[in-house]
Design a protein around this ligand. Structure first.
Ligand code: HEM
Ligand code: HEM
Length: 179
């Protein structure tokens, strides 16, 4: 049963901070790699890494979601509006991540090929499921990536505002130092 806790547990914290770094990296690499020329040494490597890390992040995010529901989380702090806003943005970030994983998969597998994760295992491709699949999914992927990064930016600013202005435990509980 869930009991009152002051901090996010160490696994939830580690997964949160690993995901944050990976998401920011994936965003930067994504924007950079689509403009690479065929003659760049990164032309094949960068998408291979982007897709491989994306699949691993998808696995980590599924684990994270389950973990969140089987373990206790500390209460969100702030006014009623802030609490509702924070929960809405947390949920919306999970949804944006899911949209990124699905659209990323659809861009990569239209031609029937699977996604080779670091030459370690291959996620099978489903081929073309609808017309213009890679283009449509690519557009969705692009907007979902921007939506996620903008929400994460607002989310980070809110965390800093709670820490430095309200001086509450919001940020501390994500580093395990709640008072
Ligand atoms: C399963 C996970 C993922 C897969 C398979 C995947 C796959 C891809 C592919 C194939 C492209 C190239 C699209 C094109 O050529 O137009 C791309 C672009 C991109 N990806 Fe991902 N991706 C994944 C997750 C993510 C995540 C988590 C982010 C984080 C924000 C992200 C951000 C981007 C960005 C910003 C672009 C550039 C979009 C553009 O400028 O058109 N991707 N991704
Ligand atoms: C791409 C980056 C990020 C994503 C996708 C993200 C996502 C999330 C999500 C979904 C939660 C809800 C708790 C959970 O489900 O584990 C959360 C909580 C939290 N995040 Fe982030 N986050 C990101 C970056 C950041 C950054 C840069 C900061 C700090 C400056 C931060 C600070 C926090 C704090 C303090 C909480 C706890 C909020 C509370 O319970 O009141 N996050 N984050």
């Amino acid at each position: 049963m869930k009991s009152e806790v002051k901090n996010y547990n160490p696994i939830a914290r580690s997964v949160h901070w690993i995901s944050a770094v990976v998401v920011i990296g994936m965003f930067a690499v994504g924007l950079w790699m689509v403009d690479l020329s065929y003659y760049s040494e990164w032309y094949r490597t960068a998408p291979h890494w982007h897709k491989s890390i994306g699949i691993l992040l998808a696995g980590l995010t599924i684990f994270r979601f389950i973990w969140k529901y089987v373990t206790a989380s500390p209460k969100v702090e702030g006014s009623a509006i802030e609490k509702a806003g924070a929960k809405l943005v947390h949920l919306a970030m999970y949804i944006a991540l899911a949209v990124l994983f699905i659209s990323g998969y659809l861009i990569s597998t239209e031609d029937g090929r699977g996604i080779d994760v670091f030459n370690w295992f291959t996620v099978p491709g489903a081929g073309a499921l609808f017309e213009n699949q890679a283009d449509t999914a690519g557009l969705i992927h692009f907007y979902a990536a921007w939506a996620l990064i903008l929400m994460a930016g607002a989310h980070a600013l809110a965390a800093l505002k709670h820490h430095f202005i309200n001086k509450d435990n919001t940020l501390r509980k994500m580093i395990g130092a709640s008072k």
